[in-house]
Ligand binder design. Structure first.
Ligand code: ZN
Length: 163
């Protein structure tokens, strides 16, 4: 069980385990007499479904959480402080994790045609992490055309601007 799902289950009433990693609880977003909110997990992401039709956003709102609370704990905050000591395995794990987050946010965006503030900043975080991971496997210098890389000094400032 991840912290993301714990955090949600702790705020719900009459939580009942219905299967491995699957739960039912009273939906906090409507007058729920018999538990009709299903809570599950997919790749660490918490999935909420109210059989009465409440959307996940109002369910989260009712328990004081936001969309980003459905996502697993982020990895890789250490990239910025010590970029040279990050192992290829960690870089890969971070790229894998962040690309999953981006894919999930993208799927939600396609469905809702909008992103809330929290999701937007989570997406920005992912972009930053993917960029810093990519900078380690594919140095920024190589992304510029040969005609732009005139000197080492300008090269470095360009890399900083696009980072
Ligand atoms: Zn409901």
């Amino acid at each position: 069980m991840t912290m993301a799902i714990d955090n949600i289950l702790n705020r719900l009433d009459r939580v009942k385990e219905t299967g491995r990693g699957k739960y039912l609880a009273c939906c906090p977003a409507h007058e729920d007499r018999s538990p009709s909110l299903s809570i599950g997990e997919d790749d660490g992401r918490v999935l909420l479904h109210c059989f009465a039709g409440c959307d996940p956003e109002s369910v989260l709102d009712a328990i004081g959480l936001t969309f980003s609370d459905l996502y697993p704990e982020p990895l890789g905050h250490h990239f910025k402080s010590s970029p040279m000591r990050t192992s290829p395995r960690e870089i890969l794990a971070s790229l894998d994790h962040e690309s999953l987050v981006v894919a999930l946010i993208g799927a939600d965006f396609i469905r809702r045609k909008s992103l809330d503030q929290e999701t937007w900043s989570r997406l920005a975080k992912s972009v930053n992490r993917i960029n810093s991971a990519r900078a380690q496997v594919a140095p920024l210098k190589q992304w510029h055309g040969p005609q732009q890389a005139t000197s080492k000094t300008s090269d470095r400032s360009e890399a900083r601007e696009s980072a």
